[in-house]
Design a protein around this ligand. Structure first.
Ligand code: GDP
Ligand code: MN
Length: 380
């Protein structure tokens, strides 16, 4: 789950990382009131779950409350990379002497946590990595040893930061960011820019924060930060119904039971020249209600042109899944053709149930490969 800038900063603040004072606003008058409370010049910042807001006109300085109201008027409703601005963060404006970059994430290849720090902040990190890789200091943290203070110093020297006052503050921020990352079960915490003010004070001016969905049960306060309106309707429905759903880019909607089977189904679809639109994993269950829920979620995705049901039943029983499919067809109107492949426990019985009911637009195929071919043909 991605957090908004203001939510990430709230977490930074809790771990002691310095951030500017700010308020949330959803209307221009609220932006004015926020600017009045904060006092002095402010920055009006679009809150959207995407980067590059500055370039898109979503970050504006305002000299006084009236100006903040005007800037808010201009930013609310703006479309930034497909995200419509509904919330603003009004923050006390900072004077910037230098812009650095600091992040912590997983280096999956190295199986370690990775810090990155560079004095070339403010721009996209990919650009720095491509054009000035020598300016990007990297540091791995061993998960068993944990973070050691000397590592912060090594990172800071590596980035060529020589000012002792900056070194001291950044060393502290690196340590706090490590704790923040570990204790919130984050997958990415990025501060770009990490600024130095003309007075030499170091502060996080932006936050990009991703937390691990699978650890959210441990963090109800973070879970609460989820904004349901930021997600497409089928993703919202999936979460409400407890369906495992992943959106992809193609045309074939996929329903399977078990992550391994679903992954191979994606491969087989690709093998026969198709592209999956999404997938739902029914898990070990596959009871009638589970099938109804999953079909509802899958068909809410307007990109789906055909649906492939791939069931290899162990504990799951194909006859129960067949009942679920018929149940779903009686409850919801499904426009797209459905292709079914059953194997394993009660596969014969399942096929018989579907053959007896013979719903229109439903095709039963004997193998995974045949079913994938059929689904791809029907999506064409
Ligand atoms: P992003 O474009 O989505 O990464 O949004 P940022 O929060 O990083 O803001 C973009 C840029 O706006 C920053 O790199 C700064 O140069 C500028 N900016 C943001 N806040 C302030 C501020 O308080 N004062 C000044 N002078 N510039 C700011
Ligand atoms: Mn930024």
């Amino acid at each position: 789950m991605d957090l908004y800038e203001y939510q990430g900063k709230e977490l930074f603040r809790r771990f002691g990382i310095p951030v500017s004072e700010g308020r949330l606003a959803t209307t221009p008058p609220e932006a004015r009131a926020a600017a009045e409370e904060i006092g002095g010049p402010v920055v009006v910042k679009a809150q959207v779950l995407t980067g590059g807001r500055g370039k898109a006109g979503g970050v504006k300085l305002a000299d006084d409350p009236g100006d903040a109201e005007q800037k808010a008027e201009g930013i609310l409703g703006l479309d930034i990379n497909g995200h419509v601005v509904r919330k603003l963060w009004i923050e006390s404006a900072s004077e910037i002497a230098k812009e650095y970059y600091l992040s912590i994430t997983f280096d999956r290849g190295a199986k370690r946590v990775l810090f990155m720090l560079t004095t070339e902040g403010g721009v996209e990190i990919e650009e720095v990595a491509a054009t000035k890789p020598e300016a990007l200091a990297r540091l791995h943290v061993d998960p068993l040893e944990g973070f050691q203070p000397y590592q912060a110093r090594r990172l800071i020297y590596g980035a060529g930061i020589a000012d002792p006052e900056e070194q001291k503050q950044i060393a502290k921020i690196v340590e706090q960011l490590y704790r923040c990352f570990v204790e919130t079960d984050a997958m990415l915490c990025e501060i770009n820019p990490l600024i130095v003010t003309p007075e030499g004070e170091v502060r996080a001016l932006d936050s990009k924060f991703t937390v691990d969905d699978n650890a959210l049960y441990k963090h109800p306060d973070v879970e609460e930060m989820r904004d349901p309106e930021a997600y497409p309707p089928e993703e919202r429905a999936a979460r409400e119904k407890g369906v495992t759903y992943v959106k992809l880019d193609g045309e074939v909607g996929i329903l399977g039971n078990g992550a391994g089977l679903v992954m191979s189904t994606l491969d087989v679809i690709a093998l026969v020249g198709g592209r999956p639109a999404n997938f739902c994993d029914l898990g070990g269950g596959g009871d009638a209600q589970g099938v109804v829920d999953a079909l509802e979620v899958i068909t809410a995705d307007s990109q789906v042109r055909s649906i492939l049901f791939n069931i290899f039943a162990g504990i799951t029983r194909c006859d129960v899944v067949a009942q679920g499919i018929l149940e779903a067809l009686s409850q919801i109107k499904i426009e797209q053709p459905i292709v079914v492949r059953f194997d394993g426990t009660n596969a014969e019985e399942g096929r018989q149930i579907l053959a007896d009911a013979a719903p229109p637009n439903l095709h039963v195929e004997p193998t995974m490969l045949d079913a994938a071919r059929r689904a791809v043909e029907l999506a064409a």
